[in-house]
Design a protein around this ligand. Sequence first.
Ligand code: ADP
Ligand code: MG
Length: 569
Amino acid sequence: MQNSSDLLNTLRSIHRKSYPAYKSLKGAYRFDNYILSIDHVQGDPFASPSHISVRVSLQRAGFPPAYHKDAVTRTALCDYLTRQFYQQANRYTFRAKGSGKSGLISVSRCGQEVLARTACEITDKEIISRFFIGFPANGRTINAPELEKILFEFLPVCVQKTFFYKNVNSRALEQCIFLAEDQAYIRSQLEERSLTAFVADGAILPRESGVSSLPMKNSVPFESPESLRVSMELPHRGKISGMGVPRGITLIVGGGYHGKSTLLNALELGVYNHISGDGREYVITDASALKLRSEDGRFIRDVDISLFINDLPNKKDTHCFSTEDASGSTSQAAGIVEGIEAGSKVFLLDEDTSATNFMVRDTFMQQVIAREKEPITPFLERARDLYEKAGISTILVAGSSGAFFHIADTILQMDSYHPVDITAATKNLCKEYPLSSSGAPAFAMPVSRRVMSKASVSARPGRRSDRDERLKVKVHGKDGFLLGKQEVDLRYLEQITDTEQTAALGQLLKYAVEHLTDGKRTLPEIVRYLSHELQTKGFSFLAEGSHIACGYAVPRIQEIYSCFNRYRR
Ligand code: ADP
Ligand code: MG
């Protein structure tokens, strides 16, 4: 391996040359106590910036081994380091000058959730940090002294202050690690105590605004109803109490603006760990929980929705249903079946974002429209079987239909942001408002028969096959991406919490399309394979012999499914 002095010499030798001469810098260089690697050099000062990584041996970095002993602590440590490195880099970005992106130092910006990212990974031997630098130029002429400033003045300071234990705020870091371990403990307790979620007393659920995920100031802290209160002894923080949401069907009711959706939103994101100060640190939901909503216009391919929809007037087979343009109810039926396939054990629904005819049919309507004339078996008539026969719990926000009272195990009323357990009182009332018998067809688990074949992205007769044509991924924020010429719309996947997750989904789908769609593998087989590779090898398996850049965060298996299901293959 070359030394930093070699890098300096090469760099000085290309000053004032034309931009592509920067390519000669590619390679790894040994600095005092880290290795700097220039993995990819941008084509010009306006192109997306160059890929840089820094590696520090664990031994030199000196973090206590307990801080990276398992996946939980490693993810927490990496998250902490990325946030610190971001702050350091931010002090120096654009301090070196030039045209286009000259002088940019860009590190992943972490939000309220703690996610595993390519920005920082810890292996058995070392910490790897990945980020971007805009190599400076005047016009398209290399400005070597400016890059020298970045690589030999700025970066060494950022690296020293971030990746060496002796230089970090050990107290703050310890708190992050402890928090992650406490959160993992609560997650393990959900299973043990047959709960689907835990919401700690004192948690702050509402956010500052629709565009800010910071906690709302001066809001009403959460306080569990006595009947649902559980307490736990966390390994670090000690005793904590809060609401345990039991398995089964939980109904959240209450007047408008009383905080129903806010509670449900917190549960949706409780599949992730939140940082200290967020207010939702101890709001923990079953990691497989899936938010379901209606999404008319979405694409559906070969999904067995017969559990909910049968005998369509056009005689379409609903055991293997496809459409280019789903209705609200079919989209939601497909969402549930895909969720079962993805292994979700909890479904989260909000009446506000559900298709009404998918959720309930009232007695009067049942009288007027005969059962045989109605293709839809509403969710109301399936929820109990979903729990009793498939072990899938439901947490449902309902504002307008009382029919769900009959099937609920737990009924929570949000009253001016305070949850009240009204199960017993409501169950008494149920007798006065009987539910007419439904006559729904028997429950049968849907059967997956989907293979994932290549899309018609580019394979047209007489043209190059799409194996030769490398697919490009273009990410549009959190909302989706373009794969080749196909738009994959992820706007309605409310549990995608970071652009980097969307970017990762784009890469995973691209990999699947290029390597795994032989027309034999089923979708679940493909997703299981990808998720296993991600867990064991990290993102490097996607790099296919090349390097992996920063800018990707690990999505859940549920989002991989949901994304692949929205790809018009
Ligand atoms: P619902 O779904 O019951 O109609 P929302 O959950 O949408 O009500 O909440 C209505 C408003 O109240 C939102 O603007 C939300 O930010 C605010 N809010 C929710 N929970 C709290 C709380 N605990 N303290 C203060 N304001 C809250
Ligand atoms: Mg609401």
